[in-house]
Design a protein around this ligand. Sequence first.
Ligand code: DAH
Length: 361
Amino acid sequence: MQPFRGVIGSMEDDVRTLWSAAKAAIEQAGDPDELERVRIEYLGRKGKLAALRRGLGKLPQPDRPVIGRLVNEAIADTEGAFKRKRAALTDAAAEAALEAERIDVTLPGRAPRIGTLHPLTESLHEMVDIFLRLGFAIAEGPEIENYYYSFEALNYPLHHPAMDEQMTFYVSDDVLLRSQTSPMQIRYMQEREPPVRVIVPGRCFRRDTVDATHCHTFYQLEGFMVDEGVTFADLKGTLNAFAKAMYGERISMRFRPDFFPFTEPSAEIALTCIMCEGAGCRVCSATGWLEIGGSGMIDPVVLVNVGYDPEKVSGWAFGMGIDRLAMLRYGITDIRALYGDAPVPGMATADGARSGHRSAS
Ligand code: DAH
């Protein structure tokens, strides 16, 4: 049995119990929704504290003021606690929102991906630069060329294999995609009197089967000089200066007898293998040398074909593969990488994966 405590005692206990329950519930509310539920439960019109107030009428008259004051105090205090909690929760929410949007200005920036020139373009720029400094002019010729300029004027004997349909792409019997830049020797000299000193970079085409060192499309740099008293020594000196400017003082150049219809004598040009510095490696087939082009003294027949007098002037010419020189410069071992046809081993692709050689599948 409960000991008798009187009406006031039990009513006062009820108020205080509810009051502290309300305060505890408010304190524990973790977010605005939960807090609102607590408010309705205790402070709402039909809430528990309001019910207490309504119950005052049932109390004996003398008890009402005491309990009434207590109820009012409980309600006022609970409302105060509610308001403080609501403010705290709103502040916390706002702070969380701000925190989520915060930008850390101390993070290092993301560098934009900046494009660069194609290795072929860069190599060509460098080559052109060197020859311009050596006093050469620069000219360009047509990629679609006539038979006459391509072969006949260059002293190719009839039926020479270079004219074989297999060597280049014919547009018609007489018109073809040039297989070398040498035709520009004829076009350039026909238009000018000696002395001439010029380089001709350009795109060439051959019906080569594509592999690591051959492509149907490639680039050459032609160069030639004609004047009185021009000798093979000038050719060697010029190409030597070029090679050292391009690859450094340690590079050596080798000339070996060769044959081209438009030069006599003719020489193959080779450089110290840039990959192994002459020691011998896979790239140079263990020879220590890499062939980069052909050269020679311009054949008197060619000089006559352009209207020059071979008794008065002499000249030399050379042609080099720009692809080859670019590959050496950048250590590229597959020409297809220059034309986007083969993945470059070890180079990251656009999707971030590392590429290797394509599998046979
Ligand atoms: N046009 C020759 C080729 O494509 C290279 C060449 C050799 C060019 C000798 C020359 C030269 O000007 O004199 O194989």
